[in-house]
Design a protein around this ligand. Structure first.
Ligand code: ZN
Length: 228
């Protein structure tokens, strides 16, 4: 019998509460999951529950073919989309799906969102695609289309629906989700004032490799060395 990791369930609970207090989602919309590095199982938030009432025993564990592993509650209806992201990206261990205002605008006009801020360029990519054609929420089709449009980026916009952000950790997936929304807001305001200036070819890749290789690396190594 597979060992179920309560620490991962607690991470889902805490992240859900954090999403409510930071205004990242409204009511029961949006859903989050984490991939267990040991077994590859997906720990996902339950369907239709307010994040402030979710407790450890409400979290559902599935394998990536969506077979039930643990938990008595119904998993999020977007389980197909979460599993599709893990199946297509070995580097992804956390998925956050939200219904944010500014990023969703790009899904309504079906327009890709270009990088217009350095944080977005560093951790999301040169631009984020809209997952087309439109697929109904909760369908395996939405999972297929979203995973394909995600490609090697860390976020994708779902037309007339919301956004999907991924990362190697939940902390990073949440950061991507916030930076995506901030970049969308900046781009929209910039369009009101004039024509936004975009990064030159190669600049985004340079920022990404700098981020990976240098930025904060010494501090990260020092804090790892100091850990007991
Ligand atoms: Zn949704």
């Amino acid at each position: 019998m597979a060992r179920i990791d309560d620490a991962i369930k607690d991470l889902i609970v805490e992240t859900g509460r954090n999403m409510i207090t930071t205004g990242m989602t409204v009511g029961t919309w949006g859903n989050i999951s984490v991939r267990d590095p040991e077994h590859g199982y997906m720990y996902i938030s339950p369907s239709g529950m307010n994040y402030d009432s979710i407790e450890r025993h409400h979290v559902v564990v599935l394998d990536l073919e969506l077979n039930h592993i643990d938990g008595e509650f119904e998993p999020s209806v977007e389980k197909h989309m979460h599993a599709a992201a893990y199946r297509t990206r070995a580097d992804v261990h956390a998925v956050v799906h939200t219904h944010p205002i500014y990023s969703s605008v790009f899904g309504v006009v079906e327009m890709p969102l270009p990088a217009v801020s350095e944080d977005f360029a560093q951790i999301v990519g040169a631009s984020v695609s809209v997952a087309l054609p439109y697929a109904l929420p909760g369908t395996p089709e939405l999972g297929r289309v979203a995973a394909q449009a995600l490609g090697s980026n860390n976020a994708v916009i779902l037309p007339r629906h919301g956004a999907l952000s991924v990362g190697p950790t939940m902390e990073m997936a949440l950061k991507v989700s916030r930076v995506l929304e901030k970049n969308a807001q900046i781009y929209l305001y910039a369009r009101l004032l004039g024509e936004p200036k975009l990064f030159a070819p190669g600049e985004v890749e340079m920022m990404q490799s700098f981020m990976q290789d240098h930025y904060g690396r010494k501090n990260r190594e020092m804090s790892a060395a100091q850990r007991p």
